[in-house]
Ligand binder design. Structure first.
Ligand SMILES: Cc1ncc(COP(=O)(O)O)c(C=O)c1O
Length: 397
């Protein structure tokens, strides 16, 4: 498919109030096709944190296999999705709030499939205590730590403390001892493979090192997952799913026999940080448009809004970036401003007041926290408007 052109984007957006966020459905479809293909037939669970819009989640799930189930980022969010009719919900991060666990117990009692994450006996006891009071059994998922530590270098994220098989099995046995929780699945997120670019411009040496470490991690992850899961099975645990990976590791994680499903979120919108991987390239399906409201000097256009900086370790890679017109860029001293963003562009014909500049966000779902809806575009026409979580009055994390 050809690259979207500034002329096309300007044309379909001419009547829209700016700023707005958009979703290019044709590019989303192309990403869905590529993701399907990279998953090699393995089931793909959607990471809602990277989508944050119910109609988008539905759109992808409604396309059918291999897209099934949602990986949620908060209990309240999972409850919201359950209320909206979505099922097979896995909350991927521990929930401590007793009120939230109680609300989860209520929907599970009514038949919803909603699984909570645990990585220590305290998590298990907390969930079991509420489940006991509510007279139910809650399904839980064990989070295994897949990060790698070298002297002076931690490659991966700091999340689960379960970095040895012994500790992992101890928590699994603790789950079995409780009548009010049951082990439903296992999750392991190899963030150092899935979330770290290895073709980042301007750092060839670091890219080389990252690729080396990734190769090592992929092998180690596959071995650990296989060993730990078979140890669980040997102890009589029956598991509904073994979840792994993310957008950046889809192909590798899907090749593991032990894994029953891979999580993908960011690859659907394909934000800036996912441009820098050697093994795939998705299309920039989501972004936002700002209007030029001032022209401080030739070649400089100042837009209203734009300071949508991504989370994570602060750095220029977390800034949004102008995508269209091609060649437009932020100024290093001002970056993306709180209420105004200057953009340098030397092209012609020069932009007029009110003209749009189209940007991409560094991360996927965070874009939706700044806008109430996504303008949905297909075949160079606006075809729909999808509310974001924010547009539905929801703000979870
Ligand atoms: C537990 C877990 N799984 C999977 C992912 C992958 O999400 P994405 O595909 O959006 O990178 C993440 C992202 O942080 C995660 O935390």
């Amino acid at each position: 498919m050809s690259q979207p052109s500034y002329t096309d984007y300007k044309r379909w957006s001419s009547r829209l109030s700016k700023p707005f966020a958009y979703l290019d459905l044709d590019l989303l479809e192309e990403n869905m096709r590529k993701i399907r293909e990279a998953g090699g037939g393995k089931r793909i669970r959607l990471a809602s944190k990277s989508l944050r819009s119910v109609p988008v989640i539905r759109y992808i799930l409604d396309s059918g296999d291999p897209f099934r189930g949602v990986m949620c980022y908060a209990a309240e969010e999972a409850l919201f999705l359950a209320q909206r009719g979505l099922d097979d919900l896995l909350v991927a991060y521990p929930v401590w709030d007793a009120g939230a666990i109680r609300a989860v117990a209520a929907v599970v009692k009514k038949g919803a499939s909603l699984t909570l994450m645990v990585d220590c006996p305290e998590h298990v006891d907390r969930i079991a205590a509420v489940a006991r009071e509510e007279g139910t059994v809650l399904p839980v998922c064990l989070d295994m730590d897949l990060s790698v530590s070298f002297p002076g270098l931690h490659f991966g994220v700091h999340r689960s403390p379960l970095s040895s098989q012994e500790d992992f099995l101890r928590v699994a046995d603790h789950i079995r001892q409780s009548e009010h929780v049951r082990l439903d699945g296992v999750m392991g997120y190899e963030a150092q493979v899935a979330g770290v670019g290895d073709r980042v411009p301007g750092q060839p040496l670091k890219n080389g090192l990252v690729r080396l470490l990734k190769r090592h991690s992929v092998r180690r992850t596959a071995r650990l997952r296989k060993e730990w899961v078979s140890a669980l099975r040997n102890r009589g645990h029956q598991l509904r799913f073994i979840n792994g990976g993310g957008t950046g590791s889809l192909r590798e994680t899907a090749m593991e026999e032990t894994v029953t499903e891979v999580t993908v979120g960011s690859g659907f919108y394909a934000p800036l940080l996912f441009d820098h991987y050697r093994s795939f390239r998705y299309r920039p399906a989501a972004g936002f448009a700002l209007a030029v409201t001032r022209k401080p000097k030739p070649g400089l256009y100042t837009c209203s809004g734009g300071g949508f900086v991504a989370s994570g370790a602060a750095g220029p890679d977390k800034l949004p970036r102008p995508a269209l017109p091609e060649g437009a860029r932020l100024t290093p001293l001002e970056g993306a401003g709180e209420v105004q963003t200057p953009v340098r562009w030397e092209g012609s014909p020069e932009l007029e007041l009110g003209d749009p500049i189209f940007f991409r966000h560094a991360k996927a779902g965070e874009l939706c926290e700044h806008f109430r809806e996504l303008i949905v575009v297909s075949g160079r026409n606006v075809v729909d408007r999808f509310p974001t979580y924010r547009g539905e009055g929801r703000c979870f994390l």
